[in-house]
Design a protein around this ligand. Structure first.
Ligand code: 5AD
Ligand code: FES
Length: 362
């Protein structure tokens, strides 16, 4: 069997190598984190980019078994942030020299919704003289919709695969035509074809998931030649069907630690991609995102959702920053990032080097 010190020096990894890295404990765990930190510094430097996150609606037509804003959860008050407030949040991002914003919502595909997002994209471009980068995270859509939104100014799209194992995907989604793994995969291909910088990711530590599944998730990102990845620990939510399996879960601390190891291992596997420090990390550890930055992540998404709405966008329990306004959120993040030895890339889009290299722009 290969020794751990040899595995972390590799630049290509088999599933068994990745499982070994994800199982690292004690000194091995420290070695993994140090190596990932070194690879990050040497490949993409120590800059962290901000993406201001606006969760503009929690109305969702889907019923994912883990998600707190699923359609069947009647304990949630549904909201739609007014366009004027969304644009105000984006103006805040632009004036504070965040390179980009992320517009995220529950999944809808009605013509009214599609037109609304289209309108918002054009308005955001206008208010920022075309300077703000725009990422969308609005779920599965048709080829035409993806194209329309791209033409109106969105250039990145986040759509997590949640699990790259179709059997496991089935276990955490309702068994109906609105929740097909194949559809999700097809959407990722459509996004790439349309020209988006494409982001995906998985939840870490949900019931029935194994280390082999997680290693395969990492290999999936590589095979799909993904530009940006966001992955965070699964955090159970009591108003969801998956809650009944909570006895199968690792402790929250173990899930958190596994998420850090996923970030570090991914940095070794794909040195030049953008990796987000997921907000769910902070639901478990107050400085969780900063810890992820130390071991390989380079993107942080400060929450710019107007405060009144935040508590109704609880995908999981203990979501942080529920009552901080945008400027407080920014100040507190800034201080923490600087503590973790990184620099903030103000006013820059911070496209992944992976994407720039692929498209011949670097
Ligand atoms: N725990 C952690 N992450 C979750 N998400 C949804 N529900 C949960 C949960 N209970 C994540 C999904 C989704 C993203 C927006 O939030 O991965 O893609
Ligand atoms: Fe809204 Fe899954 S519950 S997309």
């Amino acid at each position: 069997m290969k020794i751990f010190q040899e595995i972390i020096q590799q630049t290509d990894f088999q599933q068994e190598d990745l499982v070994r890295l994800l199982s690292a404990e004690n000194e091995e765990r420290i070695l993994l984190f140090e190596k990932a930190s070194q690879v990050k510094r040497e490949t993409i430097g120590n800059k962290v980019y901000f993406r201001g996150l606006v969760e503009f609606s929690n109305i969702c037509s889907k019923d994912c078994l883990y998600c707190g804003i699923r359609k069947s959860n009647t304990n949630v008050i549904r909201y739609d942030v007014a366009n004027s407030e969304i644009l105000e949040a984006c103006r805040f991002a632009w004036e504070n020299r965040f390179g980009s914003v992320v517009l995220q919502s529950g999944e809808l595909s009605s013509p009214v919704f599609v037109n609304r997002v289209d309108h918002l994209l054009k308005e955001i471009k206008k208010l920022s003289n075309g300077e703000l980068g725009i990422t969308l995270s609005c779920g599965e859509q048709s080829r035409e919709t993806y194209r329309r939104w791209f033409e109106s100014g969105a250039h990145r799209y986040l759509l997590r695969i949640e699990s790259s194992n179709p059997e496991l995907y089935k276990k955490i989604h309702p068994d109906n035509e609105h929740h097909f793994y194949e559809k999700r995969l097809e959407c990722l291909h459509l996004l790439k074809e349309t020209g988006y910088q494409t982001g995906t990711g998985v939840m870490i530590g949900f019931p029935f998931q194994t280390l082999e599944d997680l290693a395969d998730d990492l290999l999936f990102f590589k095979k799909m030649d993904i530009d940006m990845i966001g992955m965070g620990p699964y955090v159970e939510h009591e108003d969801t069907p998956l809650y009944v399996y909570r006895h199968l879960l690792k402790t929250r601390q173990e899930r958190f630690d596994l998420a850090l190891k996923m970030v570090a291992t991914l940095r070794l596997l794909m040195p030049d991609v953008n990796i987000a420090a997921a907000t769910a990390l902070q639901a478990i550890d107050p400085v969780g995102r900063e810890k992820a930055v130390k071991v390989g992540a380079n993107i942080i998404m400060p929450n710019l959702t107007p405060c009144d709405y935040r508590k109704e966008y609880q995908l999981y329990e203990g979501k942080p920053c529920l009552d901080e306004d945008a400027s407080l959120c920014k100040n507190c993040l800034e201080a923490r990032i600087e503590i973790s030895g990184s620099e903030i890339g103000y006013g820059e889009w911070g496209d992944s080097k992976h994407y720039l290299r692929k498209t011949g722009r670097s």
